[in-house]
Design a protein around this ligand. Structure first.
Ligand code: SF4
Length: 387
């Protein structure tokens, strides 16, 4: 494995370890964010390390006392990890997304550790109204003031502009990798892509980009041996990374992931912010524009349909089928899934739904379903393979 990929994988496996070490080495502050659309540039501009708080694979135990078992695994894991002290290095937590489960989990985290501020700066979910821009801009300006007050720093326009450039570079490099993979010019597994994106959510972005630039140079300088397999598109997981075992299984069963809209994938890096003009307005536009690039079911936008976007995008990627990874109890995803299913069935395009769980998943069952899915596409039979 390339040394950069090895380091990305190690950091993705232990994001708290990386952030703790960063804090110890630099003496700086660490600000955690919850998924999904909070612009971490405003944290970076303060000099603190922005860290996307990651779900943990370990079973939910202590957290059971505080959160319902029918909440999604991301929110249960946040509460559980906070109860166990996993986030004790985090100086402040910020988020801006309105998902009922996320809001509840944030309240619990706030109650568990009242000494640390958990700031909710709600970014307007209705993103195409006349007042959406003004509302989101106002919220971001309040969030910046909140960071300044809590961390006792001052954030200038130049700081924000510099952070936007750092984040844009990171996003652009990862998107370059996606373009290369779509074009069949590099062979990157879904596991490796997840390591790259997940580590970028935690690491010092400039260092991550330097390493990624080296990786891209190295992997594009020789011949490419494309991994064999049926090309598929991966969709879903709006907040946390799919389990590595599930990604592994998909590719072991004869599929090759060519594109995705995962949060720990293309969704996270989909959109750059403008580097011109007022940086807060640029980040406001970034927030509102993201939904045009990769629609999110937690946004309210009558102009954009995730289902139709997904169908177009899957076809354009050259995939022969789509695998939907739906976390158990993810309400926004549940709510939208019937439309996705209908769009793919109407288009006679193969779709496989896999519901993912935090604690246990029937590996044998999933393996059989993926193998059947791949086999049926190969035979050109049973186009409506959905659940
Ligand atoms: S969007 Fe889904 S995965 Fe994310 S917090 Fe809400 S329910 Fe959980």
């Amino acid at each position: 494995m390339h040394p950069a990929l090895e380091e990305f994988a190690a950091i993705a496996a232990n994001p708290d370890g990386y952030a703790r070490a960063w804090k110890q080495q630099t003496g700086g502050k660490v600000v955690g964010t919850f998924a999904m659309h909070f612009p971490a540039e405003i944290i970076h501009a303060s000099g603190a390390l922005p860290v996307l708080l990651q779900a943990h694979d370990e079973p939910i135990s202590t957290g059971h006392a505080s959160i319902y078992p029918f909440f999604c695994s991301y929110t249960r894991s946040m509460v559980d990890q906070n109860a166990k002290g996993h986030f004790d290095y985090v100086d402040m937590i910020l988020f801006g997304d309105h998902c009922v489960q996320l809001l509840s989990a944030a309240d619990i985290v706030r109650m568990q550790t009242p000494e640390r501020q958990v700031g909710f700066y709600q970014l307007i979910p209705a993103i195409s109204d006349n007042w959406s821009f003004e509302n989101a801009e106002r919220t971001l300006r309040r969030a910046i003031e909140g960071i300044e007050e809590e961390l006792d720093v001052s954030i200038s326009e130049d700081d924000l502009a510099a952070s936007i450039r750092v984040f844009n570079r990171s996003r652009s490099l990862i998107r370059q990798l996606y373009d290369l993979r779509r074009a069949g010019k590099v062979s990157i597994s879904s596991l490796e892509m997840q390591h790259i994106v997940k580590s970028s959510m935690v690491m010092d972005k400039a260092r991550h980009s330097d390493m990624l630039e080296g990786l891209i140079t190295d992997i594009t300088s020789g011949d490419t041996d494309l991994a064999p397999g049926m090309p598929v598109f991966l969709s879903g997981h709006l907040c946390h990374a799919p389990k590595l075992s599930v990604l592994e299984m998909i590719e072991e069963c004869g599929a090759r992931v060519v594109d995705d809209d995962l949060y720990h994938g293309f969704r996270y890096v989909s959109t750059n912010a403008s580097e011109k003009g007022d940086p807060v307005k640029a980040l406001t536009s970034w927030y509102l524009d993201r939904n045009d690039v990769v629609p999110c079911p937690t946004r309210l936008d009558p102009e954009v349909d995730w289902d139709l976007w997904l169908l177009d995008r899957t076809k354009a990627s050259g995939a022969s089928g789509i695998v939907i990874l739906m976390p158990k109890f993810c309400e926004p995803h549940y709510f939208f899934y019937p439309r996705i299913k209908k769009a793919f069935e109407d288009a006679d395009f193969p779709l496989l739904l896999l519901e993912t769980e935090h604690e246990t998943m029937a590996g044998g069952n999933i393996r059989t379903r993926i193998e059947s899915f791949v086999e049926m596409i190969k035979r050109g039979a049973g186009q409506k393979i959905s659940a």
